[in-house]
Design a protein around this ligand. Structure first.
Ligand code: FES
Length: 103
């Protein structure tokens, strides 16, 4: 569905790997986590706490909160607002945030 733009060689970024639900995903250093997940066909990003419906990024600018994921144990991270870092461990939230698990 989504495809990364081909950048000129002078602008190409280092390739890093992150892990989504334990699965290895290749990303480009500096891109947003949401972009990396969309480029790797990781959809949905979360399931709502009330209805369990799947959600995916909508605005990609920090407004809609439909891109929430868990990153390195931190819950409800807006994936469109964070940059990819090598070795990130990403989990897809299912249901409500776990109480007492604040990072
Ligand atoms: S996609 Fe809307 S807040 Fe991230």
């Amino acid at each position: 569905m989504f495809r990364a733009m081909t950048l000129p060689v002078s602008e190409q970024r280092t390739v890093v790997e992150i892990f989504v639900e334990g699965r290895r995903v290749v990303a480009r250093e500096g891109e947003t986590l949401a972009a990396a997940l969309l480029n790797s066909d990781v959809v949905p990003f979360r399931y709502t706490p009330v209805s369990g419906k799947p959600r995916a990024p909508l605005c990609l600018m920090g407004v809609c909160f439909d891109c929430l994921v868990e990153v390195d144990g931190a819950q409800n991270v807006q994936s469109c607002m964070v940059r990819v870092e090598a070795g990130m461990q990403v989990k897809i939230p299912r249901g409500a945030r776990r109480a007492g698990d604040v990072k």
